[in-house]
Write a protein that binds this ligand. Structure first.
Ligand SMILES: [Ca+2]
Ligand SMILES: [Ca+2]
Length: 191
């Protein structure tokens, strides 16, 4: 308990831990986080590779910048583990690439986030509050843009996309219209 109270006073930190198979990256300040997972081997780079970490035997990855109100940049690529990513209240820039059996879950949190699904594998994205920009390039994903006036751009892939509350815009390419089920968009614009 004493450690927790000391930690809470140390405001500007990013911690990386590995316990019981779970890789946890927690940022309390504006941060750039790049995580690459390959069959349970996880490479973490913090602050444009100012710090890096390697773990083997991972079964879960959690990236949390929920206590950072600044603009965080998060990149995740995995082939057997999906990451649980929480953006927090800053205008975050988050990119996920589920290249194999893992399924990531992304929460943009408050503010105007930019979230990109490079490739989805039942990947879930919630823009949450704010006017979010969400881009999908391929694979399967379920998009919930949430509150605010969001723009969802579907370059390809399949799944579901919901604009949620607000005046939302759907931009869709020729490959995505037939395979995405979309609801809650006030404006639709073909690419
Ligand atoms: Ca948001
Ligand atoms: Ca919305």
């Amino acid at each position: 308990m004493m450690i927790e109270s000391l930690e809470s006073r140390r405001l500007l930190t990013t911690t990386v831990s590995f316990s019981a198979g779970v890789v946890s990256v927690t940022a309390n300040k504006e941060e750039t986080i790049n995580v690459v997972e390959n069959n349970g081997a996880v490479h973490v780079e913090i602050g444009n590779n100012a710090q890096s970490y390697d773990f083997v035997g991972a079964t879960a990855v959690k990236i949390n910048t929920a206590t950072s109100s600044k603009k965080d940049t998060i990149w995740y690529t995995g082939n057997s583990i999906g990451a649980s990513i929480t953006g927090g209240n800053g205008p975050d820039n988050i990119s996920v690439d589920d290249e194999g059996t893992g399924s990531s879950s992304v929460h943009g949190g408050g503010n105007n986030d930019a979230i990109t699904v490079q490739n989805g594998n039942n990947t879930s994205v919630a823009g949450d509050d704010g006017n979010d920009l969400i881009y999908v390039y391929g694979g399967t994903s379920n998009i919930d843009a949430g509150k605010g006036n969001d723009t969802v751009t579907l370059y390809g892939g399949s799944g579901t996309a919901n604009g949620g509350n607000g005046t939302d815009t759907l931009i869709y390419g020729p490959d995505s219209t037939a395979v995405f089920s979309t609801t809650g968009f006030e404006n639709t614009i073909p690419l």
